[in-house]
Design a protein around this ligand. Structure first.
Ligand SMILES: Cc1cc2nc3c(=O)[nH]c(=O)nc-3n(C[C@H](O)[C@H](O)[C@H](O)COP(=O)(O)OP(=O)(O)OC[C@H]3O[C@@H](n4cnc5c(N)ncnc54)[C@H](O)[C@@H]3O)c2cc1C
Length: 392
């Protein structure tokens, strides 16, 4: 059941209305190939919102009860506040290719199967990419610890802040043109490192604070538009198993905004004898609530867990983590953010940008973005010297 997210519509005890509502949603999804509407001629092609796109394909009920809670959880925004092109590029392109997204998904799956059966066994194994969720024993820290061990701590400067970057090609060598200056935590003295190329993965709001120079002249980043960040608070509560009357029958609960003003998203990740709930509060729907105190959030979250899951009494433990800038919002102006990143890369030879500000918010998207940047760095380093500096 790990990958299933249950979307509860209406109150848990109104089972009949829930089933009717789910059947209507299923019907709307099945009928999409026949009922989806093309964009109007005057509609701005690149600016369409996630809400607008799914409304055209599946209707407003699907937007309200499936898309709204899903994007609030995975993209931290309202369906209307997010750019479809940047939030769901695969579906966006699928419409361009096939029209209906359901027919497109079926056709893509069939052609992928056909392609697979035409390949030799060895190449199938090589190209096989398992879909689904992944995690690590010991949590996400395991991933960075493993990377750290592979590289060796001598090669890394941990707990350090990059203060400045300077590019100074002297015309003699095409290598070591970048100087990165950083300061370790609690150390006033900065250290410098000469490198051939830079892959920047810090959030853009932090990049803007860095002093970047090109051949001794400041490289201003004033062409960057304002990136909107959304805050999130995570409240982790545990309840004794016997105190929860309606334990989750799936991975979590996503509550549509129409059903619940706090827009809570709760996941159950339980150690034995307890139900452990990770509740996300915030996103663009609830910016103010994300900033509330632990006591206030504990009260709201506990009351909701009582309401939705039938928990009784007080939680046995409560932990609160707050992210003031949890993730960038892929809003309607996001085209201009991507254009600015590309401009920065174009004007700074050997500088590449990766991470969740480009190509998707999730960990797997961020890793894919890093791999892409690594390939670009290799191509850059292997390119002839005159090509490396052609932007100058
Ligand atoms: C509460 C929460 C829950 C999430 N849950 C999931 C989930 O279940 N699944 C999923 O796929 N995704 C999840 N995400 C999203 C995912 O964690 C992020 O999108 C992903 O970690 C982004 O990786 P990144 O490397 O691009 O950026 P970040 O992880 O933000 O890393 C950027 C790093 O740059 C560093 N930095 C900034 N300035 C400087 C500087 N001057 N010098 C040096 N370093 C600097 C920062 O300290 C930070 O460590 C979640 C996000 C949040 C906030």
């Amino acid at each position: 059941m790990q990958n299933i997210v249950f979307v509860h519509v209406h109150k848990p005890f109104t089972l009949a209305s829930t089933l009717i509502c789910i059947s209507v949603l299923q019907l709307l999804i099945i009928l999409e190939p026949f009922l989806w509407k093309k964009k109007g001629v005057s509609d701005d092609d690149t600016q369409e919102s996630v809400g607008g796109f799914f409304q055209r394909h599946f209707g407003q009920e699907v937007v309200d009860y499936l898309i709204d809670p899903f994007v609030a959880f995975t993209r931290c925004g309202y369906p209307e506040s997010l750019s479809m092109r940047h939030s769901f590029p695969d579906l966006w392109n699928m419409e361009k290719r096939f029209g209906s997204v359901i027919s497109g998904a079926i056709k893509s799956k069939l052609s992928a199967k056909k392609e697979k059966s035409g390949q030799t066994k060895g190449s199938v194994e090589k190209g096989k990419r398992q879909r689904g969720s992944f995690s690590f024993h010991g949590g996400m820290q395991t991933l960075t610890d493993t990377l750290c061990n592979q590289l060796g701590t001598d090669e890394l400067k941990l707990n350090s802040k990059v203060l400045s970057l300077s590019y100074s090609h002297d015309g003699k060598s095409a290598f070591e043109n970048w100087c990165v200056s950083s300061a370790a935590k609690d150390d006033k003295h900065s250290q410098s490192l000469s490198v051939d190329a830079v892959v920047m993965t810090a959030p853009l709001c932090n990049v803007k604070e860095m002093n970047i120079t090109k051949r001794g002249t400041l490289f201003p980043l004033d062409f960057f538009p304002e990136v909107t960040y959304v805050p999130v608070s995570v409240i982790i509560t545990t309840f004794k198993k016997e105190d929860v009357k309606r334990p989750l029958e799936g991975f979590g609960v996503l509550v549509p905004s129409k059903e619940q003003k706090n827009g809570l998203k709760t996941l159950d990740r339980a150690p034995s004898g307890l139900h452990l709930y990770t509740t996300f509060v915030g996103g663009s729907q609830n910016k103010e609530l994300a900033k509330a105190s632990t006591d206030e959030l504990k009260k709201i979250v506990t009351s909701d867990i009582r309401h939705w899951l039938g928990a009784e009494g007080e939680p046995t433990s409560v932990n609160h983590y707050h992210w003031s800038k949890a993730c960038p919002l892929y809003g309607h102006n996001y085209d201009s953010v991507i254009e600015a990143i590309e401009k920065m890369e174009k004007n700074l030879p050997g500088f590449f940008y990766a991470g969740n500000h480009r190509g998707g918010l999730s960990v797997d998207n961020a890793i894919a973005s890093g791999c892409k940047a690594a390939e670009l760095v290799i191509a850059y380093l292997e390119s002839p010297p005159d090509e490396k500096t052609r932007q100058e």
